[in-house]
Write a protein that binds this ligand. Structure first.
Ligand SMILES: [Fe+2]
Length: 418
C-alpha cells in the first residue's frame, strides 16, 4: 500500500521529540511489514503502546478443518448459519464461523447486531466484504462509515472494532453481514496493476481515488469514552490449538484510541465494489480479468454488473473449466439469480469448486445465454492455490445436493462460476 498519508499531529522529523501541549512526550510506534523492510507507518500515542495490565486466554471458537474428501463441489448457504433472529447478541469478532480454510487463508462469516470488542489479528491482514448492512469501523488510524458492497482492507495488527448500525427511523433494520478473508499474509492489489513504485496503473480497474482512507485521528473522547480506562483487546494469533489459531485477551492500561497523529503507507482503507470498473471483451474474459486483490497463495476476483461478450457468435456464460492449480470459492452477494434456478445458488451462497473437478454452467445455460447483453450479478471469488478444508460452518450450511446439480434435470442457469 505505497500511498503516503499524513494525518493529525506528526513532528516534522521522524524519531524526534514530539510533545503534547503540557510538554509530555508522545510515544512513537513504528508499525511495519517484513521487519523494517517494507511499508510502514509511524503512530504517535499518548500512552505507552505496550502497557498491558492483564493477559488471559481467548477461546477463539471451532477453528478445526476437515479435508474435502471424497472430493466434491459443494454449495454452502451462509444465511443458514444465522437464521433470522440468531444474530441478536452476536458481534463481528467473537461470532465468526469458519467455513473454509487452509494454511494460507480462512474464510469466515458473521451476521452481527452487537458492537465488537477491540480486536486485532496478529496472523495476517483481513479483507472484509460487507454483504449487507451498515457499520462504523473504528481503528487506531481513524474511523470509517461502511455500507453494503464495501471492501475493508485491515492490515495485520491494526486494533479496531466493528459497530453495526442496525436501527433505522422505524426500528431494527437488518444485521450486519460480513464475509472475512483472513489471510496469513498481506492483502494487496495485484502486482500487475502497480507501477514499480506502487501506484495503480492506467490498466487497473480501480485507482487511488476509489480508496476511502482516514482523514483525521480518532481519540477516546471523540467516541465518548474514558481515555484512561483499561481496555480489553482480543488478539488472534498463531497457535498450536484447533486450526493453528490462538487467542489472547490483552487488557491494555489505557484506551486504544490514543493516536494523535500518524504518517506512512500502511493503514486500513475501504474500496466499494461499485467503483470497480469491469473489463469486458468480444468473447468471454477469464476470471483473472476481474481480479481485485491478492495474498500469499490466493487471489480475489469480483464479478460485478457488466455488459457481456459482444462477438456475434459469443457465448456469454463461462466455458467449462478445470482449475488445475486452485480451489475456487464464489460468494454470491447480489443480483438476479433467478436465472440460476436448478443449481440452488442464491444470495448468500458460496460455491466451492475444488481443483481437479471441471465445472461450468448448468445444462441448458449456454443456449439460454445467447444474445444476453448484460449480467446483473455481484459475486466475490477467492481462488486458493492450496486445497481448502472444511470448517464447522461448511458442515452446518452444506445444501447436500450441489455435487449432482449438473445431472439433476433441466435447468437454465447461467453466470460466472456456475
Ligand atoms: Fe469457475
Amino acid at each position: 500500500m505505497a500511498y503516503y498519508r499524513n494525518i493529525g499531529h506528526v513532528p516534522p522529523k521522524r524519531h524526534t521529540q514530539h510533545r503534547d501541549p503540557e510538554g509530555n512526550l508522545y510515544y512513537e510506534e513504528l508499525m511495519g511489514e517484513e521487519g523494517f523492510s517494507s511499508d510502514s507507518s509511524l503512530l504517535y500515542h499518548r500512552g505507552i503502546p505496550s502497557a498491558v495490565v492483564d493477559y488471559r486466554e481467548w477461546e477463539v471458537g471451532d477453528m478445526s478443518l476437515t479435508p474435502n474428501h471424497p472430493l466434491k463441489p459443494l454449495h454452502f448457504k451462509l444465511h443458514d448459519l444465522f437464521p433470522a433472529g440468531s444474530e441478536k447478541g452476536v458481534d463481528a469478532v467473537r461470532g465468526r464461523r469458519l467455513v473454509l480454510g487452509n494454511a494460507d487463508v480462512r474464510l469466515t462469516y458473521v451476521a452481527a447486531d452487537q458492537r465488537s470488542p477491540w480486536y486485532r489479528n496478529a496472523i495476517g491482514d483481513e479483507l472484509v466484504y460487507v454483504e449487507r448492512g451498515n457499520a462504523r469501523l473504528e481503528t487506531v488510524f481513524g474511523a470509517f462509515e461502511v455500507r453494503e458492497g464495501h471492501y475493508a482492507v485491515i492490515p495485520r495488527a491494526t486494533t479496531h472494532r466493528w459497530i453495526p448500525v442496525v436501527e433505522g427511523d422505524e426500528g431494527y433494520v437488518e444485521p450486519l453481514r460480513l464475509y472475512f478473508v483472513e489471510a496469513n499474509s498481506h492483502v494487496t492489489p495485484p502486482k500487475r496493476y502497480l507501477s514499480k513504485y506502487g501506484q495503480l496503473l492506467e490498466h487497473s480497474p480501480f485507482c487511488e481515488r476509489d480508496y476511502v482512507v482516514p482523514t483525521e485521528p480518532l481519540l477516546a473522547e471523540d467516541v465518548g469514552e474514558d481515555p484512561a480506562a483499561p481496555t480489553e483487546v482480543y488478539v488472534k494469533h498463531r497457535g498450536h490449538g484447533s486450526g493453528g489459531v490462538g487467542g489472547t485477551v490483552h487488557v491494555q492500561a489505557h484506551h486504544p484510541l490514543d493516536v494523535v497523529g500518524w504518517d506512512g503507507c500502511l493503514y486500513p482503507f475501504l474500496m466499494h465494489i461499485d467503483d470497480y470498473e469491469p473489463l469486458t471483451g468480444r468473447v468471454h474474459q477469464p476470471p483473472p480479468t476481474h481480479q481485485v486483490w491478492e495474498g500469499h497463495n490466493f487471489v480475489v476476483c469480483n464479478f460485478v454488473p457488466r455488459k457481456v461478450d459482444y462477438h456475434p457468435l459469443s457465448i456469454p456464460v463461462p466455458y467449462y473449466h478445470s482449475n488445475v492449480d486452485s480451489d475456487e470459492v464464489m460468494f454470491y452477494t447480489a443480483g438476479d439469480y433467478e436465472a440460476r434456478k436448478g443449481s440452488g445458488i442464491g444470495r448468500g451462497s458460496i460455491s466451492l469448486h475444488p481443483g481437479g473437478h471441471a465445472h461450468g454452467p448448468q445444462p441448458g445455460a449456454m443456449e439460454a445465454s445467447l444474445g444476453a447483453e448484460y449480467f446483473d450479478e455481484t459475486a466475490v471469488m477467492v481462488d486458493t492455490f492450496r486445497p481448502l478444508d472444511l470448517g464447522e460452518g461448511a458442515f452446518a450450511s452444506d445444501d447436500g445436493v450441489y455435487p449432482w446439480s449438473w445431472v439433476g434435470g433441466p435447468a437454465d442457469a447461467k453466470g460466472e462460476g456456475a
